[in-house]
Design a protein around this ligand. Structure first.
Ligand code: ADP
Ligand code: MG
Length: 291
């Protein structure tokens, strides 16, 4: 009886065993000059420890806003975010974020090694341990040969790999990635997708990977959470029941891959048309975002 009561009294997101819990999240950007923008209306989802979930949604649907709220950089207008049951009120310790604009996230005056090492230094980790983690992380992204180069000496794809190495070396409990491969070429992108899968498998980290690419979400995730167009709610939440051992050629040519891809595509179409019915979305804009 007591246990039952406790369960009823427990607030959502508490004691659920979730690593990351987003409950009733709403974000309205308020401005004195312009009209308010409701970027996110009402989002609720949990990630269990070690889960790799992808979040897809059209451009402007509030993906970056959501990640900024999760990483404690923005205060939600309503609702809450919990990490390991603890309310997020500022940047949490065990979280790393990889943004789309790698060019701006690396320090140009620091070498590759120094960039990757910085969060570990800030955490006052002893030098030996730092060196070992940086070396392993650079190896895992295939950049062990350029520790003394500067970011501006590297290609875009390599710079993004440095940003990923920095996140990996930090050994976060939760890794958030905001369209991290949007600006890299197709071949590098495929390599980086496989890198994320292998880092995830070896570290057991919980990953929320944001993308507007339907194929990428299905290839990478154990689960795909689909956002509607603005005003943003969760349109669908799909388990990706593909074999865990994924391969760019084999996995993408499985009939099940095509089925899952079609499902995500359909849901996005439904969301898009619902939003257009509400005449909230700018006509024509979404046509460029979704094939
Ligand atoms: P996405 O990452 O899915 O493209 P964003 O989270 O960047 O979406 O943006 C969601 C909505 O919020 C958009 O309409 C965008 O114009 C608006 N927005 C984002 N940042 C701000 C801000 N700082 N001030 C006002 N509106 C914003
Ligand atoms: Mg964005």
């Amino acid at each position: 009886m007591r246990a039952e009561n406790e369960q009823i009294l427990a607030k959502p997101g508490h004691d659920t065993g979730a690593m990351l819990s987003v409950h009733g999240l709403k974000k309205v950007y308020r401005s004195k000059k312009d009209a308010d923008v409701e970027a996110v209306r009402n989002l609720t989802f949990d990630l269990r420890p070690g889960e790799l979930a992808c979040l897809v949604g059209p451009s402007g649907s509030g993906k970056t806003t959501l990640l900024r709220c999760i990483s404690g950089l923005l205060e939600p207008t309503a609702g809450e975010v919990r990490l390991g049951g603890k309310l997020v009120t500022g940047p949490p310790k065990g979280m790393a974020v990889v943004f789309q604009e790698y060019g701006r996230s690396l320090y140009p005056w620091m070498t590759v090694k120094a960039n990757v090492e910085l969060p570990l230094k800030n955490a006052r980790m002893p030098k030996d341990q730092r060196n070992e983690l940086v070396e392993t992380a650079l190896q895992s992204v295939g950049l062990a040969h350029v520790p003394r180069s500067y970011p501006w000496q590297l290609s875009g794809g390599m710079q993004q790999r440095v940003a990923i190495a920095r996140a990996v070396a930090f050994q976060p409990e939760v890794l958030l990635m905001d369209e991290p491969f949007a600006a890299v070429d197709a071949q590098t992108r495929a390599d980086l997708e496989d890198l994320i899968r292998s880092v995830w498998a070896s570290l057991g980290v919980t990953i929320l990977f944001v993308t507007h690419d339907i194929d990428e979400s299905v290839y990478l995730g154990e689960r795909v959470i689909m956002l509607s167009s603005s005003p943003t709610v969760i349109q669908d939440d799909l388990v990706i029941d593909l074999p865990a051992d994924r391969d760019q050629l084999t996995t993408r040519s499985l009939p099940r891959f095509a089925e899952l891809r079609a499902h995500v595509y359909e849901q996005i179409q439904i969301a898009k048309h619902a939003a257009q019915g509400n005449s909230i979305e700018t006509p024509g804009e979404s046509e460029q975002q979704w094939p």
